[in-house]
Design a protein around this ligand. Structure first.
Ligand code: ZN
Length: 311
């Protein structure tokens, strides 16, 4: 079962907030809460409103966890830092490095602006939800975490797993007793409308496959995705991961076959990017084409295809 259209209560401990494209996950146990995902700036303000409507006290949020340093997962962090007194911003060391780089944050602000325009046009947020860009063009991280670390709230503990492949800095979080698994973008980009998969392995194809295989073996009951909602029920979660792996392997194989058949990297990136863009116009066509170029590069690297064969 796929649950979307936040705000919605997923379990007694877990709320999904934000928008369908950009969900945030509030986990609470007793009087302590952890907010997972740093979202798009404008969606952060919407999520804060949703929390107020759901009776969530902002001061109960002790930690804000950035699962990876991509612009659609971090830009509301400064807002929550301001709204939640004493909140600790948590991310991997690699993510903290990106968030400390002015050049990266300046680029993230541009993407955030484009996503804000899209969300406003679609009526998912209003002008009143706009927030200021981060001061000094950096997003400070208070605690860095990695494989083997834990995050606690009340009596609950999340194990931290390094799940690279989508990005070098991607982390996932597993609360074993409650069967909750939060993966952000580590396990593909799935669009339920049209049943479309975009396997977005931007930094490593084999690491991406290993990460999906690893989190699938946890047999979670609740799978919180970085986009488009939550998969609930052990069988549904298992099926999701099976489909994600199959889609990833098929995408990789298609890339390899087309390049071997003589299609140029550029032409293939343009085609694959066009296909994603046809499904979502969140960002301009060339953004998706550039990112598909990264995916192709990882597939070819894995197959050891270099030099002339790529031209
Ligand atoms: Zn991402």
């Amino acid at each position: 079962m796929l649950i979307h259209n936040p705000p919605v209560e997923i379990t007694g401990n877990l709320l999904m907030l934000g928008t369908d494209e950009y969900p945030l996950y509030l986990f609470k146990d007793g009087d302590e809460a952890i907010l997972f995902e740093g979202s798009v700036g404008v969606v952060g303000r919407l999520a804060a409103e949703q929390m107020a409507e759901s009776g969530v006290a902002l001061e109960s949020i002790k930690q804000l966890v950035v699962p990876h340093a991509h612009p659609d997962h971090v830009m509301a962090v400064p807002l929550f830092k301001e709204l939640c007194p004493g909140i600790t911003v948590v991310a991997s060391e690699a993510a903290a490095g990106v968030l400390a780089a002015e050049k990266a944050i300046s680029f993230f602000c541009k993407i955030d602006g484009a996503l804000t325009d899209f969300l406003l046009k679609n009526g998912e947020v209003g002008e009143k939800h706009r927030i200021d860009p981060p001061a000094d063009m950096v997003i400070p991280v208070d605690r860095t975490i990695g494989e083997g670390d834990t995050l606690t709230a009340g009596d609950s503990t999340f194990n931290v797993l390094a799940t690279p492949g989508h990005s070098h800095c991607s982390l996932s979080f597993h609360e074993e007793n409650k069967g909750i698994l939060i993966v952000s973008d580590a396990a593909s980009y799935y669009m339920p409308e049209g049943d479309y998969w975009w396997p977005n392995y931007f930094t490593s194809y084999p690491a991406y496959v290993d990460s999906i295989t690893r989190v699938a073996a946890l047999n979670a009951e609740v799978l919180c995705l970085g986009h488009h909602g939550v998969v609930k029920g052990t069988a549904s979660v298992k099926a999701y991961f099976g489909d994600a792996l199959a889609a990833t392997e098929a995408y990789h194989q298609r890339i390899v076959d087309e390049i071997k058949a003589g299609v140029s990297v550029r032409a293939l990136a343009e085609q694959l990017g066009k296909e994603v863009y046809q499904k979502t116009q969140l960002l301009p066509l060339d953004f998706f084409q550039k990112n598909c170029g990264l995916v192709i590069k990882q597939s070819l690297k894995h197959e050891g295809i270099t030099g002339e064969e790529q031209v």
